[in-house]
Design a protein around this ligand. Sequence first.
Ligand code: SAH
Ligand code: F3S
Length: 479
Amino acid sequence: MQTTEKIIDEKRQGEALNITTEKKHNKKLFLESYGCQMNFSDSEIVASILDKEGYATTQNFEEADLILLNTCSIREKAEQTVRNRLSQFNQVKQKNPSLTIGVLGCMAERLKDKFLEEEHLVDLVVGPDAYRDLPNLLKQTDDGRSAVNVILSKDETYANLSPVRLGGNGVTAFVSITRGCDNMCTFCVVPFTRGRERSRDPHSILNECKELWENGYKEITLLGQNVDSYLWYGGGLKKDFKKATEMQKATAVDFAMLLDMVATAVPGMRIRFSTSNPQDMGRDVLHVMAKHENICKYIHLPVQSGNTEVLKRMNRQHTREEYIALIDDIKTILPTCALSHDMIAGFCDETEEEHQDTLSLMEYVKYDFGYMFAYSDRPGTPAHKKMDDNVPDDVKKRRLTEIINLQQKHSAERMNSYVGKVHEVLIEGNSKRDDQEWMGRNTQNAVVVFPKTGNEKVGDFVMVRVDSCTTATLLGEKV
Ligand code: SAH
Ligand code: F3S
């Protein structure tokens, strides 16, 4: 089974970040992240802000002066994990009353009153657009007051902040290009927790990419809730583009143009992006991908359901047929491109026939990977307000199992199709099972493991002939 979840990477949940710097630090920060790649990327911004305030990171929360949890609200389970963790930290605080505990990210807005006033679980609550305010807020908590800033911004993109790269391999890095989301999928909390959609200045994106290249990085992933919707016209919200001047409109940069610019600016760098949204993914993006060797042939294209009526209830702005047309074009323009999906089982009113449409869509596309979830009703979302979470839990679970089983079968088929071929692999580090073997990925994002020969190192691109595979890993030898 595909266990490496791209969107919510289960292996990274609760990872505490670790930075080493030469500057003088007298305070210790324990910062743990949950949720999507954007949260992990945001934690690097927070670490960079606190680095300037004299905080060094620690992997041991018992010795910390400040504990921060960067939280996720996407499903109920994610919130529960964070709550359990906060109770653990509060036991440490009983022994060390000067310890400050804070919550960052998506749970901030929704649970600030509960955490601060009702349950006294935290001293500090900071929303995803307010991290620059952390030094001020920490002055308040130092004075024994609680502090909160959950204001969402129209223009904050942290553009000029150089994130500290955390827990990384020095080879792959995230570069955020948009924040927030305007789509209002009815099941999703993101538009409420992360605010309206805004794009980051392309010059600051290009500078960050070049800097990463100069520092030895070999692969970047451009990040946003919906990267295809990227639009820079001098700043401001996506929804205000219609009010832009003629000049701003004429010189605006969209995602296809940005991708072209990045691929040209750092030609040796591998480029990935996530997440694509079928309603906004233009054919021009596919042509830019085809034009540049260094743009990886892999698209994460969440669909959520294979049935048009369900898509309508989810407020996804496309039909099953439109999605299939996009898939067909991807397969024509980019014949070697791998695809992955997000799927939700048991959304409100989902019938057995509608569920069958999801399975048949999967049969049609034959995705390489999938990230699959049972629908989880989230307070504050349009679905929570207007629809009935009426698919019984056992039915949701059974449908989810059917979806997962089918995906496993397709993953195995796709993996098998890579056997017998030579792949360019970027070495990311040792294989988990055997430090005599390397682990890397091919352009399609499949994990490749092969024996070390002594003539290659982390960050090298090597050619590997794949001889066999498991359901999630390709095995081969360097050629
Ligand atoms: N556009 C975002 C989506 C974030 S949420 C991105 O960057 O990928 C990631 C996935 O979680 C969604 O695609 C959806 O499949 C799943 N998800 C979101 N809300 C959910 C809910 N209420 N119940 C179950 N799954 C959900
Ligand atoms: Fe959520 Fe839909 Fe945006 S899934 S993040 S509202 S594209």
